[in-house]
Design a protein. Structure first.
Lengths: 181, 137
């Protein structure tokens, strides 16, 4: 049944840039640490503040759902339930490209890194252009904008409860799946 | 240091830009104008904030270079009117321009740039714009 409402609770936001030394930096709230992942560029591992999911205390034992990397199903006070968390990524425009404000980054992705009995404590973010334009790259140059941009805006929020929808195998709704003449 | 999720998103602009040839139509709140920029016939849009928004009051400092502004976040989502029409846009960039460098006046213009899969400036059918002011303490 439709509930016609959804509660959006902001939990973190920031602007990810690259400093003059080539290290990632985040200005914002809700993030404790940003570091590079395994790739030399365009791969970032961001650790959320402790207590970021404090409202999730006691909500444990949610179902294990394929695709979410969520093996245990328990959410602790420091983690997020990845089924209810959402991420927005927006590239700050750069210089030297098609025009001021353009970017070559076309592929942006985020995934939650979870831990047993805790939930998601980290977010992994990848930024890349198509292979012909260089593939995986940072969203800015070291200490200055470049052809890829001048940073990456990140917003993270969570919903209060799931209201999942899947495609109907038989439809429309309220019509009997089997009818006889 | 942990701040225990004490952040907030304050919406200051939200709406839909519909593109019909050269014409741009804005349906939403928070903007007083949207126009194409200069010599670019497609893919570049200059948005002017309503007077009185936090950006006009200096809460969204544009800085001296078109780079780091820590106090505003934007979400852009392309729309298509019908399932057979595929959105051509592959890259989207947003920039907060210091076009009005008056003391005490913040960012009043937002530049949005879109390109397609041939790395050419191009228009979508329509796109949603959501701008939030954030608070960094």
């Amino acid at each position: 049944m439709a509930d016609y409402q959804s509660l959006m609770q902001p939990v973190a936001q920031g602007l990810l840039t690259i400093d003059a030394a080539g290290d990632p930096v985040i200005v914002g709230q809700g993030f404790a640490l940003v570091e590079r992942g395994t790739a030399p560029a365009g791969d970032f591992l961001i650790t959320l503040d402790s207590g970021i999911g404090v409202a999730d205390i006691g909500s444990g034992n949610v179902a294990n759902e394929p695709g979410f990397g969520y093996p245990d199903g328990t959410v602790g006070p420091n983690g997020l339930d990845p089924r209810l968390a959402h991420v927005s990524l927006t590239v700050r425009g750069g210089t030297g490209g098609l025009t001021l404000g353009a970017t070559q980054l076309s592929n942006l992705s985020a995934s939650f890194v979870t831990a047993p009995d805790t939930g998601a404590l980290q977010i992994s973010i990848q930024t890349s252009s198509v292979p012909a334009l260089g593939g995986q790259q940072d969203p800015s140059g070291p200490g200055a904008p470049n052809i890829n941009g001048s940073g990456l805006e990140i917003m993270v929020w969570k919903l209060a409860t799931p209201d999942n929808v899947t495609q109907q195998a038989f439809g429309p709704l309220y019509q009997n799946a089997m009818q006889f003449p | 240091m942990a701040d225990f999720a004490a952040t907030a998103f304050e919406p200051i602009v939200q709406g839909v830009v519909t593109i019909n040839g050269a014409a741009l139509t804005w349906e939403g709140v928070g903007l007083q104008a949207i126009e194409r920029l200069g010599i670019h016939p497609a893919g570049v849009y200059l948005l002017t904030l309503d007077e009185g928004l936090p950006g006009n009051a200096g809460a969204v400092p544009p800085g001296t270079a078109p780079v780091v502004n820590p106090d505003v976040r934007t979400i852009i989502t392309c729309r298509a009117p019908a399932p057979p029409l595929v959105n051509p846009i592959q890259t989207i960039g947003v920039l907060y321009l210091p076009l009005v460098p008056l003391p005490g006046v913040g960012c009043t213009f937002i530049l949005i740039v879109m390109a397609d899969n041939t790395n050419t400036l191009n228009d979508p059918i329509a796109f949603e714009v959501n701008v939030f002011r954030v608070f960094n303490g």
